[in-house]
Design a binder for this molecule. Structure first.
Ligand code: FRU
Length: 742
């Protein structure tokens, strides 16, 4: 539709402000058939709105709810008949009164920003027609130090709307969700709540002479306004990215990211946007359920919901709709943080941390159906009203007390419940509660207090696992995942370490579950008695790169935890992963004399299993994600004492991690030769290494070249014998990606 023919109805307030007049003046200059629609007429239902291709309601003043109530009927009818609506600045707040979304923007007001502001478009929406005039994802629309009004989502996200763009303030400001779209059938609404001012005195005017290039910013603002108005006038709709629900929506979203060679395909990932910790893991009714911390608004941490994936075999996964969303009126308004699931008399029941203002408190929800798609929150939430008053728990600028994450189990008729925290001047701790019925909780004692120098000042995501014979307590301390082996004493409510620590303190941990980009793991006990653990595979690239990618975070492959005969920890990939194996290349009895050899296999979704014997002073190297000329390459080296992943040449992108990651390896052969058993899982940007089924090292690498897919092996500083080496291509875990390939 050409500009000249678009009919824009500009909704005029009873007393129009300078900002509203400036915007509508601009509109009439740009769209010759635009005209003003007095709000009274809209309310009185006097007008035939169908003559307009798009309605635009722009105001820097709050709109009275009585006015909105009066307009709601005619706006609804107009939208149902296929009209488009743009709500901008404070008019974005009208979404709840107009029946467009139950959740209205929570950050509304007038502000003066010291820097120019604009937008960061979500990369999933880079092709959205509303942003047609922009080459990149980021553009500025206003100059600094002008007073202007805004309405945006910060702590909250719309319930049904799709976030198209967030703020930009000399860098991404993803927490300010400023452009939102609602599409339902033919109804199409877009809200632009910020950085969208037209009045020269408040905004972007070409004649505002104290900025670098106000002309360009004004042009951007106009380009955005034109793009949005034309898109809405065309009656087009855009794909849903925020909270997909159907298989087709999930498939479309995964397909839109599938060209990214750094996106894992057989690891658990969110369909798009953000994930962190695995949560609520449970095998139930013949299915394995994995929930995870999910931000539907984009690839950054914030507005945390619970995403959900389900599998019948632990390796092929299906996306399910968001399982748990913050309640705008509830104690979890600001986020549904990590937690776990237990069976309460057979009913799946989850405990999670609700965040609101500066409080973190335990909340509960029970499954509403056997698919675990829907959960009913306990109206009595929070289930524990405050942290234990007599402990000097650490506070922070964000939290009155660090008090979060849950591990529950039933033992001898009692429910036990662990919550992560930290004690001032002491160290990270795990607080133990007990209950006869999951309703009334009594605080027992700190289960264990770590030494803040050694094991961190706050412990998150505690988990106590019964490995048969002894228990393993692991915690996440903002850096790594230390673990402690010992015994749970229900009488005293404490954890007795098997290793003497001498001074009665928690002492040094017995080890860490992984030495790399792996955090906040949680476990599932399977029907056949195994303990399977997934961790969050953290990104090693800056937030802007995650924004550009459109997704962030993955979960590790499931690891089976058990004890060796000697009582040490064994970690091995869950055997089910073998079902993903496809094409295979094998090498055996190959002696390498200080040389390098290419392997006749390549790819970005691989499993490599090898048994290598290494002479004293020699090292074995497996190089993955290598370009043919070696410009990009990631060597994984085994030295006899350590596994090292060198990332210096992993990527030509200078912004991503380039440091080496190291894991000490237990080597029982102290003779001439060290024999090591290696399992390496390469999946896009994820590399997980298991050495001798005990020492794990997860790392992230982000090659930029599409041909960085080769593999090679080398002996360094001496001779190495490859006793066996197998490379398998691994299939995707997701139905959508298989479809896109075929
Ligand atoms: C660990 C963690 C948890 C918290 C969650 C929030 O990564 O910080 O302590 O519950 O993530 O997303």
């Amino acid at each position: 539709m050409a500009f000249s023919s678009v009919r824009v109805g500009c909704v005029r307030s009873v007393s129009s402000t300078a900002e509203q007049r400036a915007a509508y003046d601009w509109c009439e200059r740009t769209f010759p058939r635009a005209e003003r629609v007095p709000v009274d007429a809209l309310a009185d239902d006097d007008l035939d709105l169908d003559v307009y291709d798009v309605l635009w309601w722009h105001t820097d003043d709050p709109i009275d709810s009585e006015v909105l109530a009066a307009c709601r009927g005619s706006v609804e009818t107009y939208l149902e008949r296929g009209g488009g609506l743009l709500l901008s600045l404070r008019a974005l707040s009208a979404v709840s009164d107009l029946g467009i979304d139950a959740v209205a923007p929570d950050a509304v007001g007038v502000e003066r920003s010291p820097e120019p502001t604009g937008f960061s478009v979500k990369s999933l929406h880079a092709e959205h027609p509303a942003f047609e005039t922009f080459d990149g994802l980021r553009f500025e629309t206003t100059v600094e130090e002008r007073q202007r009004s805004f309405a945006r989502y910060e702590r909250l996200v719309p319930e049904r709307g799709d976030v198209l763009a967030c703020g930009y303030r000399e860098g991404d400001a993803p927490g300010r969700k400023t452009i939102v779209s609602w599409t339902q059938g033919t109804r199409s609404v877009i809200g632009v709540g910020d950085s969208f001012a037209f009045d020269p005195n408040t905004a972007t005017a070409d004649d505002a002479d104290d900025s670098d290039d106000p002309g360009e910013r004004a042009a951007n603002r106009s380009g955005l306004a034109e793009g949005v108005l034309r898109f809405l006038a065309n009656g087009a709709t855009a794909p849903l990215t925020t909270r997909p629900r159907t298989d087709e929506e999930f498939a479309a979203l995964r397909r839109s990211l599938s060209a990214d060679p750094n996106r894992p395909t057989y690891h658990l990932t969110p369909p798009a946007n953000w994930c962190n910790d695995p949560n609520g893991l449970i095998e139930y009714d013949g299915n394995y359920h994995v929930f995870y911390q999910y931000n539907p608004a984009g690839p950054f941490h914030g507005t945390i919901h619970w995403g959900h994936a389900v599998s019948e075999d632990l390796v092929h996964w299906e996306d399910r709709p968001v399982a748990l969303a913050p309640s705008p009126e509830g104690p979890d308004r600001d986020g549904c943080w990590s937690g776990c699931t237990v069976l309460d008399g057979g009913t799946p029941t989850l405990f999670y941390t609700g965040g609101r203002d500066r409080r973190q408190l335990p909340c509960r929800a029970t499954a509403a159906d056997r698919s675990l798609d829907s959960w009913i929150k306990d109206p009595a939430n929070p289930v524990i009203g405050a942290p234990p008053p007599d402990l000097d728990l650490l506070a922070s600028e964000h939290w009155e007390a660090e008090f979060r994450d849950h591990c529950l189990w039933n033992e001898d008729g009692s429910w036990y419940h662990l919550i992560g925290s930290g004690i001032a001047e002491a160290g990270g701790t795990v607080l133990l509660y007990e209950s006869p019925d999951l309703d009334e909780w009594q605080f027992r004692a700190p289960l264990l207090v770590g030494d803040q120098e050694g094991a961190g000042s706050v412990w998150e995501c505690p988990e106590l696992l019964d490995l048969g014979g002894k228990r393993l307590l692991h915690v996440s301390n903002y850096g790594t995942v230390p673990y402690f082996l010992g015994r749970f004493d229900p009488e005293s409510g404490t954890f007795e370490r098997e290793r003497e620590t001498g001074d009665g303190s928690g002492g040094d941990p017995d080890g860490v579950l992984d030495h790399g980009d792996f955090y906040a793991p949680q476990s599932m006990r399977t029907g056949d008695g195994r303990v399977l653990t997934w961790g969050w595979v953290v990104e090693a690239r800056p937030p802007e790169r995650q924004w550009d990618a459109g997704w962030s975070g993955a979960l590790s492959i499931p690891r089976e935890l058990s004890l060796s005969d000697a009582g040490g920890l064994i970690q091995r990939p869950a055997r089910e992963l073998e079902a993903l194996r496809g094409d295979h290349v094998g090498v055996s009895d190959l002696r390498l004399a200080e040389e390098s050899k290419p392997l006749d296999a390549s790819g970005t979704a691989l499993e490599i299993g090898a048994t290598i014997s290494v002479e004293a002073d020699a090292a074995f190297e497996l190089v993955v994600r290598k370009s043919p000329d070696g410009e990009e390459r990631t060597p994984i080296r085994y030295t006899g004492e350590e596994v090292i992943v060198y990332r210096e040449h992993s990527s030509l992108d200078p912004a991503v991690a380039a440091d080496a990651l190291r894991a000490p390896v237990e080597n029982e052969d102290d003779g001439e030769n060290g024999v090591v058993d290696l399992r390496v899982f390469v999946d896009g940007s994820v590399i997980e290494v298991f050495a001798n089924e005990s020492d794990c090292l997860t790392s992230r690498v982000y090659p930029t070249r599409p041909d960085s897919t080769d593999l090679s092996v080398a002996a360094i500083g001496g001779d190495v014998t490859i006793e066996t080496l197998d490379v398998w291509q691994l299939e995707s875990a997701w139905p959508a990606e298989d479809a896109s390939e075929g």
